[in-house]
Design a protein around this ligand. Sequence first.
Ligand code: FAD
Length: 445
Amino acid sequence: MSSPSIVWFRDDLRLADNPALRAAIEHGEPIIALFVLDEESEGLRPLGGAARWWLHHSLASLAERLHDKGATLVLKRGAAAGVLRELVTDAGAGAVFWNRRYGGPERAVDAGIKSALRAEGVTVASFAASLLHEPWTVTTGSGTHYSVFTPFWRACLALPAPRAPLPEPREIPGAPRPPASDALDDWALLPTTPDWAAGLRETWEPGEPAARRRVKEFLENDLPGYDSARDEPSAGATSLLSPHLRWGEISPFTVWHEAVGVDGAGGFLSELGWREFAWHTLYHFPDLAAKNLRPEFDAFPWPPLDPSQLDAWHHGETGVPLVDAGMRELWHTGYMHNRVRMVTASFLIKNLLVDWRLGEEWFWDTLVDADEASNPFNWQWVAGSGADAAPYFRVFNPELQAKKFDPQGVYISRWASKAPTEPIVDLAETRKAALAAYDAVKRAP
Ligand code: FAD
């Protein structure tokens, strides 16, 4: 009697460069591929709407690819610890393999499962797959973590080069009688009433094959112009890899090795560095979405919320063209260009004086690339409360930003041609009020 191995897929919905899958194949027993929709374990952040849409399609693609290689994707819903325990017992599994996660609650779940299964004599092995450098391996001279990007990235570049990506397995010996699976449709990850996902369908193709095509196209067509055009929202100059990286449909090792050595790739690779830095920060500060990284910002005197202003921001009705264009792009496509993310976030926090956490939550729900580290990290960066953050007194002027980065108004007219033109607040006055409010932070002990 063979005792199958379980490969537990999480944020790594791919076959290529998947060390957990590779280790399971080398272990030599038949494989059960598992994905758990865990909405019960303590502290895990429920997925936003756009992320659920992406997950549905990415799982459908993964299931098809596993099937082609000889294995079945088993879907289970529930607290991961219970699901794993039951599955190991029912299937008589002898080993469980997974790639690591780095959020605080995820690490607690994984550590608990690892020790419980090991106590039962089950082999458990975990692997590095989602980051180029494990967060605890990048340390300062005095052994602490980094809080400034430039020395962090310099330290990463001084470490041994990221390992080469593993090839996609030719065959995956699936368990002959896989356990019963939930039906993906029963998870109701897709919106129905109303179905707001038409723009997402037009814009994206989730799944590993599309991710691999995207890297190739980006490197061939866009990388040479990346540094000069990456800040222009209408240029289509960036890689659009963020949701693929978020779900691990492509590994950062693959992206790194395909881009490194290409002329002019340094700027692009350092953006991958910001992704690493966001995760490094989350690893050392698991409360990143809830608490100011710099505690003096706890003294910031947020005025009472005006829900109509927040609502205008959500729906791109602020009367500020670049802000409205960005918020409409987000609503329609589940994505917003990085420069415009900074401008819309600054407008919410500094011109509307709305707590950054409310903006973070909206992005969490609407971005297809919403990521537990990058989203709160970048919101805190704009707010001034985060790691290596823009100083609070840097208030983006959305009109100047539009002049500089969308001089012909191409992006604005694409997204906001029908938006109101009377701003809901006076930009100069609200900027002054924000700076006055910031005095409370400066006076904080
Ligand atoms: P490219 O310019 O092609 O960059 C390549 C990759 O580098 C990206 O796919 C991404 O993985 C990474 N990257 C680039 N910039 C950053 C950055 N500033 N921080 C971390 N990683 C970066 N990015 C997310 O992936 N998820 C989020 O939830 C997220 N929320 C954000 C919220 C705000 C307020 C801001 C200002 C930025 C946020 N970003 C987030 C970062 C950035 O806007 C996106 O990663 C980028 O726009 C994705 O487009 P791209 O793949 O074409 O990027």
